[in-house]
Design a protein around this ligand. Structure first.
Ligand SMILES: C[S@@+](CC[C@H](N)C(=O)[O-])C[C@H]1O[C@@H](n2cnc3c(N)ncnc32)[C@H](O)[C@@H]1O
Length: 408
């Protein structure tokens, strides 16, 4: 089923959480001089116009990047992410929003490798066009990578992940961000990660997931905790209390296997701000959990507001507490050089990609997209009713997001 188009959801609160965390993971990976491979199993189109038909239909960016755009007193850790979005919008007006491939392209270095998978024929074409143009632009600037720096593949990211592991440099950052349109996606994520960890245990794997009432969603983080990764971190952001109809996406999470040791303290400092700026009611909150697979120990590190969230199979305090002990995947001690180095500044903004893959910024989609409603309902509390409910059309489109809340 390929009814999902991320253009309807770009820039919502779930994207903010995902891309903010993604930026932080790149910054961490960039601290070492060794190249890494970034693998995006579900890439989307790469960049989105917020004035497009799709984006304005749901205005989901009003739950995410919209309120953040002019926010003040922004925590340090959020700045690289916001700077990246700002660099796409040099006029100062929020018009474009990055997808994960664009974030990766901007945040990675010339020697790093990007492997991007996308199944939707229209989105993969836009992505591919953008990548080719960005590479051509780089070449004009004299920035030439050895071999193919970015490869876009029209294919199944779940199936393809294993082919790329272990990567040549033995360093990888993987983003798994499926639509969860069909409930199989939850199982596919686990299967793909299980196999990936078997092939490459020290990779850093980040999974986005919707926090919904339905069973697959509720059980999902606990199932991820049982994957054979040394350590994990689970962060969720809830922007509002779900209504009685359960419609809308109010909450989402990023689950990171083999997280950087820097991530937890950074999130602890930043998530309260995101709750403050994006929260709509007293249900707004964040949770941060960490744990280890080896000992089975886990701990709820912090919740942002409201009653303590369920801790899943967590039992005792995480060994991550205290002064940063080991947190580098595949290593048993934090190396001095890692501790000393300040986080690298985000890569200099490069020429922005465009939502239709052209040099001019036409909105993505046209007549063929007119009826391409997302299978997911809008993010909660996005500006309602200007264009009608973004609710899914009915059972035919109904993955786990239908009715019970879609991805974003
Ligand atoms: C949530 S979007 C990705 C958003 C993107 N990661 C970002 O943050 O900008 C999910 C994408 O996965 C694509 N997709 C669905 N199933 C897929 C599969 N098995 N393999 C690769 N892509 C898939 C959809 O067409 C959609 O564009």
């Amino acid at each position: 089923m390929l009814s999902y188009r991320h253009a309807f959801h770009a820039g919502n609160h779930a994207d903010v959480l995902k891309h903010f965390v993604q930026v932080q993971l790149h910054l961490y990976m960039n601290q070492k001089d060794v190249a890494y491979t970034y693998i995006d199993t579900h890439s989307g189109a790469g960049v989105y116009a917020l004035d497009s038909f799709q984006a304005t239909k749901t205005s989901e960016y009003d739950t995410g990047i919209g309120p953040l755009w002019n926010a003040t007193e922004v925590p340090e850790a959020l700045k690289p992410y916001l700077d990246l979005v700002k660099s796409m919008n040099p006029s100062g007006k929020l018009r474009y929003y990055p997808g994960s491939p664009y974030v990766a392209d901007q945040m990675s270095r010339l020697e790093d490798r990007l492997r991007l998978f996308e199944l939707h024929p229209a989105d993969v074409k836009i992505l591919n066009d953008n990548v080719r143009k960005a590479e051509a632009h780089r070449a004009e600037q004299g920035e030439r990578a050895r071999g193919k720096r970015v490869i876009v593949e029209h294919g199944d990211g779940f199936q393809s992940l294993k082919k790329l592991l272990p990567p040549p440099s033995r360093r990888a950052l993987v983003l798994v961000d499926p639509p969860y349109e069909v409930k199989d996606d939850y199982q596919k994520v686990r299967d793909a990660l299980n196999e990936a960890l078997g092939r490459f245990p020290s990779g850093m794997y980040a999974v986005w997931y919707p926090v919904l009432q339905r069973m697959e969603s509720r059980q999902f983080p606990d199932k991820l905790k049982r994957l054979p990764a040394k350590e994990w971190l689970n962060v969720t952001l809830t922007v509002s209390t779900p209504g009685p109809d359960g419609i809308g996406l109010h909450s989402s999470g990023m689950f990171i296997l083999n997280p950087p040791y820097t991530l937890e303290p950074m999130l602890r400092e930043t998530m309260p701000y995101l709750v403050q700026v994006l929260g709509k009611d007293s249900g707004a909150r964040f949770t941060i959990e960490t744990g280890t697979q080896i000992t089975g120990a886990a701990g709820l590190r912090e919740t942002g507001a409201g009653p303590r969230a369920p801790v899943g199979n967590a039992r005792r305090a995480s060994p991550l507490s205290g002064k940063g002990s080991l947190r580098l995947p595949g290593q048993s001690m934090v190396r001095e050089e890692d501790k000393e180095k300040p986080a690298a500044a985000p890569a200099k903004p490069r020429r922005a990609w465009h939502p239709d893959g052209s040099a001019g910024a036409k909105p993505q989609g046209g007549a063929q997209d007119g009826g391409a409603r997302s299978a997911r309902p809008a993010a909660a509390d996005s500006r309602p009713a200007r264009t009608g409910s973004p609710r899914p059309a009915g059972p035919r489109q109904g993955g786990p997001r239908s009715g019970g809340g879609g991805k974003r």
